[in-house]
Design a protein around this ligand. Structure first.
Ligand SMILES: *Cc1c(COP(=O)(O)O)cnc(C)c1O
Length: 390
């Protein structure tokens, strides 16, 4: 299914662009119409049918970015996740899901699937054996996410796609953390690629959107459900997202580079006990990450040695505490207080999430400034702790 395409920055800038035939403007014109002529046209155009000029143009860009045949643009990442899963899962079917998943996806499965009569299993770990162990006669889909949130674990794309093919299953991935700049799962045989475009594709923390990329056949299957569920994205936001993606290649490469430098810095710091970043040689899946990723991404996590993570966060000046991720600005959050706050401490520990863990979304600022901010915040936190002890 993989098609040979142009380089990433060329695709980001040009793929799917609309021509302004009237005025010859440099950028794609925006068509806000929700109503189009129905006489003498083959396609009935309507935003909820995912086929307005701007929706189709951006879908072409998405398909080119992920080396797929076709794509759909959704109103959120979760609209893309839920519609894609439900397009392939009927009453009585079963899905195998990776153990560590984005919280919203786990909630969707645990809170909603029973209503639809869909069975599910989460794997014990991320090995091919763990996935195969959960496959049953009625399994239809394998769903993965790599690198994962917040511990940046790596799942073997090739092993999962082979397993899916062996058992006649559809393989799906949430590729949000990597972005299409760093990882193209279709090249490894994965069938359906999903992104929360709210993250690296939008990149400026001001757009909520999602996308799914696959073969013509599978995208049509997802579309048949999508038009009934109604999760399309308004054309104005589609247009803004197209604009954002033009710089995605250079943004993400800068974020990769910054994250690599920060991971090295944190790793050697005496007040930091552990760093989770697939680009580090010490990461247990560094070799696998090297094989399937073009860059290691802008997300990393770390644990502080004896220092209070909440106090440390208060002393940061440049790096802001924030729930979401992947913007051009660096942000940080404490998973135990936010994304995984509803779990009990035992459940969190079972997932490897300690209270001192911090998830860092590295932006495009100068790395020296980010390092200086972390250094001063660590010093202040250490002083605070000494003051308390005296
Ligand atoms: C944010 C996110 C989602 C959900 O996307 P929304 O745009 O918030 O609906 C799904 N998966 C991952 C990995 C995410 O980070």
């Amino acid at each position: 299914m993989t098609k040979k395409t142009q380089g990433i920055n060329t695709i980001c800038t040009h793929a799917g662009e609309l021509e302004d035939q009237q005025f010859k403007g440099a950028v794609s014109p925006l068509y806000m119409s929700t109503s189009y002529a129905f006489e003498d046209v083959e396609v009935k155009r309507y935003p909820r049918y995912f086929n307005t000029p701007n929706q189709q143009a951006l879908a072409q860009k998405m398909a080119a970015l992920e080396h797929g045949e076709a794509a759909l643009i959704f109103g959120s990442g979760m609209a893309a996740v839920s519609t894609s899963l439900l397009a392939f899962l009927h009453k009585g079917d079963h899905v195998v899901l990776q153990k560590t998943l984005y919280g919203g996806t786990s909630n969707l499965v645990v809170e909603e699937f029973q209503k639809f009569g869909i069975e599910y299993s989460f794997t014990e770990d991320l090995s091919a054996e763990a996935f195969e162990k959960e496959i049953k006669d009625n399994t239809k889909v394998i769903y993965i996410e790599t690198p994962s949130n917040p511990l940046l674990t790596i799942t073997n794309l090739e092993a999962v796609s082979k397993l899916a093919k062996k058992h006649g299953l559809v393989s799906m991935i949430d590729n949000t953390f990597a972005s299409p700049v760093n990882q193209n799962p279709i090249d490894f045989g994965i069938d359906v690629v999903i992104h929360s475009a709210t993250k690296y594709m939008g990149g400026h923390s001001d757009i909520l959107a999602g996308t799914v990329i696959s073969s013509e056949e599978y995208v049509d299957k997802i579309f048949q459900l999508a038009k009934n569920f109604g999760g399309s994205l308004s054309d104005y936001t589609v247009w803004l997202l197209e604009r954002s993606i033009k710089t995605m290649g250079i943004r993400v490469k800068a974020q990769n580079e910054n994250a690599g430098k920060l991971a090295e810095f944190l790793q050697q710091h005496e007040l930091v006990s552990k760093v989770y970043y697939p680009g580090l040689k010490a990461h247990p899946d560094h070799e696998l990450a090297k094989k399937q990723m073009k860059g290691f991404g802008g997300m990393l996590s770390f644990e502080l040695k004896e220092l209070d993570a909440a106090v440390f966060m208060k002393y940061l000046k440049l790096i802001k505490p924030s729930m979401s991720l992947a913007g051009v600005e660096s942000t940080i959050l404490s998973p135990s207080k936010t994304s995984h706050g509803l779990l009990s401490p035992e459940e969190r520990l079972a997932q490897g999430i300690k209270d001192g863990l911090l998830r860092f979304s590295v932006g495009i600022e100068e790395p020296e400034d980010l390092i200086a901010d972390i250094e001063q915040a660590l010093e202040e936190t250490k002083k605070d702790m000494l003051d308390v002890r005296l």
